[in-house]
Design a protein around this ligand. Structure first.
Ligand code: DSN
Length: 405
C-alpha cells in the first residue's frame, strides 16, 4: 500500500524488535489484542452505558462491554454486588479525574504521593488540572526511598483530606494498602488506589491486592496488565453512579468500543495460569536485573525492587538522566529519564533513569538474560566498550526474542 504512515509502522515494528525495551510502563500485546484494536468496532458510536445508549444498533457492542466488565470482576476476584466497574475511560488520566469528580466537590482536600517521589501528574501536580481543581498536599518517601506510613499518618491528621490516593509510577517496593486504609480510616477519608503500574502484578497474584481496603481503584490497561491503551475504574457500588456520570457525559463522548473489546481480550489472557507465571517472572527478572546492576556498582534507589521496576541514580556516573537515557538509546536499550527522591535536578533533565522488566519478560527473557542486559548497561554507561559494538550485541540479544504475539 502506498502510504507513508504504513511504511513508518513497519519501521516502528523493526525498532521494537531490534531494541531492548526497559520502559516499565510499556509492554507487548498479543495478536488478538492488536487485531481487536484494528477491528470494525472502530466504526460504531455507543454513547451511554450498555443497554442505556443514545444510539441504536448496539446488540453486539452491549454484549462486548458486559463481557469485558464481567472479566474485570473475575480477574481481580471481586464481587459485582460490592463493586461497580467502568471500562469506558479513554486513559488513566481521565479515569483519575473522573474518580475525583465523582466523589469530591471542587476544592476538596486530597493527599497523594508527589510526582517527584514517584507519584503521577494526575495525583494533583500543579501543572495538571487535577492540581488546579482540588487542594492537594503530597507525601513522599524517606531518605531510604521507602514510604514511611507513620509520617503519612501524621501528615493526614494535620491536613484532614477527604480522599487519600495510594499508587505510584516510580516506586519499586510493595505498597501496603492495608496501612493506607488504616490512615484513611483514622482521618475519615476515602481511599483511592491508582493501580496502573502494578495491575498485572495484582492480577497475577504477586502484589498485595488493594480491593480489601480501597473505595476506588483506577488502572490503565496497557502496562503490566498487557492490554490496549485504556483504563478501568472500579468503585464501591454507592460511588459508581457518580463516577460513571463523570466519565459520560461529564468528560467524554462515545466510548472507544475497539479498546473496550481489546481490554476484554487482555483480561481473558490475564485470567489464565500462564499470566500468573508471567507476573512472577516479571518480578524475578526485575530482582535479578537490580542485583546485577548493584554488583556493577550502580546506585539503585532503595537498594533494590519488589515489583517490576527500579530507579537508578546516575549522578555517581557523572551523567544526568537525559544523558544516560540517550547513551542507552544509541545502543538500542530504551529506558526513560526519571526524577529520583530528593532530586536536585528538574524533571526535564533529572538525576535518574527508570528501568522495568514487563516487556522483556513478555518476549520470554529470564534471569540469565537480565545478567546480559545488566552487563550491556554497565558497558554502555561505564564506558567499557565501543557503543557500535554494544549496539550489535543488543540487536543480537533482541533478535533471539522476537515477540510474535
Ligand atoms: N506515563 C506513565 C508512566 O510511564 O508511568 C504514567 O502515566
Amino acid at each position: 500500500m502506498d502510504s507513508n504512515i504504513i511504511k513508518l509502522l513497519q519501521l516502528e515494528k523493526d525498532r521494537q524488535n531490534e531494541t531492548i525495551n526497559l520502559i516499565p510502563s510499556e509492554n507487548f500485546v498479543s495478536k488478538n489484542v492488536l487485531t481487536t484494536l484494528g477491528s470494525v468496532l472502530t466504526n460504531k458510536y455507543a454513547e451511554g452505558k450498555s443497554h442505556q445508549r443514545y444510539y441504536f444498533g448496539n446488540e453486539v457492542v452491549d454484549k462486548i462491554e458486559d463481557e469485558t466488565k464481567s472479566l474485570v470482576y473475575k480477574v481481580f476476584e471481586i464481587s459485582d454486588t460490592e463493586w461497580g466497574v467502568n471500562v469506558q475511560a479513554y486513559s488513566g488520566s481521565i479515569a483519575n479525574l473522573a474518580a475525583y469528580l465523582g466523589v469530591l466537590e471542587l476544592g476538596d482536600k486530597v493527599l497523594a504521593m508527589s510526582l517527584e517521589h514517584g507519584g503521577h501528574l494526575t495525583h494533583g501536580h500543579g501543572v495538571s488540572f487535577t492540581g488546579k481543581l482540588f487542594k492537594f498536599e503530597h507525601y513522599g518517601v524517606g531518605k531510604d526511598g521507602l514510604l514511611d506510613y507513620e509520617n503519612i499518618l501524621e501528615q493526614a491528621k494535620k491536613f484532614n483530606p477527604k480522599l487519600i490516593v495510594a499508587g505510584a509510577t516510580a516506586y519499586p517496593r510493595i505498597i501496603d494498602f492495608k496501612k493506607f486504609k488504616e490512615i484513611a480510616d483514622a482521618v475519615g477519608a476515602k481511599l483511592m488506589v491508582d493501580l496502573s503500574h502494578i495491575a498485572g502484578l495484582v492480577a497475577g497474584g504477586v502484589h498485595l491486592s488493594p480491593f480489601p481496603y480501597a473505595d476506588i481503584v483506577t488502572t490503565t490497561t496497557h502496562k503490566t496488565l498487557r492490554g490496549p491503551r485504556g483504563a478501568i475504574i472500579i468503585s464501591k457500588k454507592e460511588l459508581s453512579e457518580n463516577i460513571d456520570k463523570a466519565i459520560f457525559p461529564g468528560l467524554q463522548g462515545g466510548p472507544q468500543l475497539h479498546t473496550i473489546a481489546a481490554i476484554g481480550i487482555s483480561l481473558e489472557e490475564a485470567s489464565r495460569s500462564s499470566f500468573k507465571e508471567y507476573a512472577n517472572q516479571v518480578v524475578n527478572n526485575a530482582k535479578a536485573l537490580s542485583k546485577e546492576l548493584s554488583n556493577f556498582g550502580f546506585s539503585v534507589v532503595s537498594g533494590g525492587t519488589d515489583n517490576h521496576l527500579m530507579l537508578i541514580d546516575v549522578t555517581p556516573l557523572k551523567l544526568t538522566g537525559s544523558e544516560a537515557g540517550k547513551k542507552l538509546e544509541e545502543v538500542g536499550i530504551i529506558v526513560n529519564k526519571n526524577m529520583i527522591p530528593y532530586d536536585l535536578r528538574k524533571p526535564w533533565d533529572p538525576s535518574g533513569i527508570r528501568i522495568g522488566t514487563p516487556s522483556v519478560t513478555t518476549r520470554g527473557m529470564k534471569e540469565d538474560d537480565m545478567k546480559k542486559i545488566a552487563e550491556l548497561i554497565h558497558k554502555t554507561l561505564q564506558n567499557k566498550e565501543d557503543l557500535g559494538k554494544i549496539r550489535e550485541e543488543v540487536k543480537s540479544l533482541a533478535n533471539n526474542f522476537v515477540f510474535n504475539g
